[in-house]
Ligand binder design. Structure first.
Ligand code: GDP
Ligand code: MN
Length: 396
């Protein structure tokens, strides 16, 4: 689960990670109030107005702006709140901004130039260990750094059974070229960050940039936190941070119906029981010349209700030109699924896209018969290759 920057920063702070302080607001008036409060608490006279959406690249997209007085806080908040912010991570339609974070300006001049670093912690699934990734190339697009200058990315793997050792934090800080007070601050920063990562059962932390201020403080200017969905039951307080307005509407609806749905950009909708079979089905769709419009796993107990809910969700996607239902009757019987398909079809009424149903396993023949005898515009296939051919015909 993704959360907003302001929520992520609150979590980090509670574990002793130094952050760029800020307060969230949902109207320009409120933004002015919190800016004044921030001024009273931190003494800052310049502020950064930051759009709160679940996507990176906000700065380049015009969602992060510096305000040099309270009037500018009002103006910029007015401009950013309600805007449809487009970044390289939002897709061309962008995301609507409902909240802004009013943060203290931490790039103030001083003894040295402020310097940006990159720091992330994530799970290396292949190794089963956590890994800290750090770079002196902060504030930049890290994928580009990884591609063009991979030697500039420092990696330190951590055995989760042992935890982060002091020497490892020092090794990273040293590799970033830090010394003196900034070095000590970075070691503290990394240690606290790792503690927060483990305690919250996160699957990814990305702090870009981490800033060395002109007076050698180390703090988090940005924070992307991804919480592990499978561990949320252990963290009811964190589960509450969910913001469904940031999620795809169809994905939310599918989640409520107990379906595992991920929207994609193609033209062939698919409904499958089992994640592995769903992946294989998406491959088949590609081989038949189509592109999957979604991933949809109805789970082991496919019945009329889940099939109908799945249908409705797939049909709401205007790109869908054909639907392929691919069900293996292991626990569930194919004739039951076929009946579910027929009932769902009747309940929904007019469906204008061709539907290909491939049922294999227990009672596959009976299933095919139910489909054929229904008189509906549904094509049945038993062999997967046959199903792929029929998808191809449907798209032609
Ligand atoms: P992102 O673009 O979504 O990754 O958002 P960030 O939180 O990383 O902010 C984007 C950029 O805004 C940063 O890389 C900084 O260069 C700039 N920025 C953030 N906070 C401050 C600040 O306090 N003062 C100044 N001058 N710039 C800031
Ligand atoms: Mn950033």
């Amino acid at each position: 689960m993704n959360i907003h920057e302001y929520q992520a920063k609150n979590i980090l702070k509670s574990y002793g990670v130094r952050i760029q302080e800020g307060l969230v607001a949902d109207t320009p008036e409120r933004a002015v109030d919190v800016a004044k409060q921030l001024n009273a608490e931190t003494g800052t006279e310049w502020y950064v107005v930051k759009a709160q959406i679940h996507a990176g690249g906000r700065g380049k997209g015009g969602g992060v702006k510096l305000a040099k007085n309270i009037d500018q806080v009002r103006e910029l908040s007015n401009q950013i709140l309600g805007m449809q912010l487009v970044t390289h991570q939002t897709g061309p339609e962008g995301k609507k901004v409902h909240k802004v974070l009013i943060a203290e300006d931490v790039y103030y001049p001083g003894a040295s130039e402020p310097k940006e670093y990159y720091l992330s912690i994530l799970l290396d699934r292949a190794k089963g260990w956590n890994v800290i990734m750090a770079s002196t190339e902060g504030g930049m697009d890290i994928e580009e750094v990884a591609e063009k200058t991979p030697e500039k990315i420092i990696k330190e793997w951590i055995d989760p059974k042992v935890g982060l050792q002091g020497f490892q934090a020092r090794k990273v800080a040293f590799a970033l070229g830090l010394e003196g007070k900034a070095f000590k601050e970075m070691v503290k920063f990394i240690s606290a960050l790792y503690k927060a990562y483990v305690a919250t059962d996160s699957s990814q932390f990305e702090i870009n940039p981490v800033l060395k201020t002109s007076d050698d403080k180390i703090l988090a200017v940005d924070a992307k936190v991804n919480l592990d969905d499978n561990a949320l039951y252990r963290h009811p307080d964190l589960a509450e941070l969910r913001d469904i307005t940031e999620e795809d509407e169809l994905e939310v609806e599918a989640g409520e119906a107990g379906l595992n749905y991920v929207k994609l950009d193609g033209n062939v909708g698919c409904m499958v029981n089992g994640a592995g079979l769903a992946m294989a089905t998406m491959d088949i769709i590609k081989l038949s010349g189509g592109e999957p419009a979604n991933f949809l796993d109805v789970g082991g107990g496919a019945n009329a209700q889940t099939v109908e809910a799945g249908f409705r969700i797939i049909l709401k996607d205007p790109n869908v030109k054909a639907i392929l239902i691919n069900v293996f009757g292991g626990i569930v019987r194919c004739d039951r699924v076929a009946q579910g398909v027929v009932e769902a079809y009747k309940n929904i009424g007019e469906i204008n896209v061709p539907i290909i149903v491939r049922l294999q396993g227990t009672n596959a023949e009976e299933g095919a018969r139910v489909i054929e005898e229904s008189g509906l515009k549904v094509t049945s296939a038993i062999v997967l290759k046959d199903a792929a051919e029929k998808v191809k015909e449907a798209l032609a």
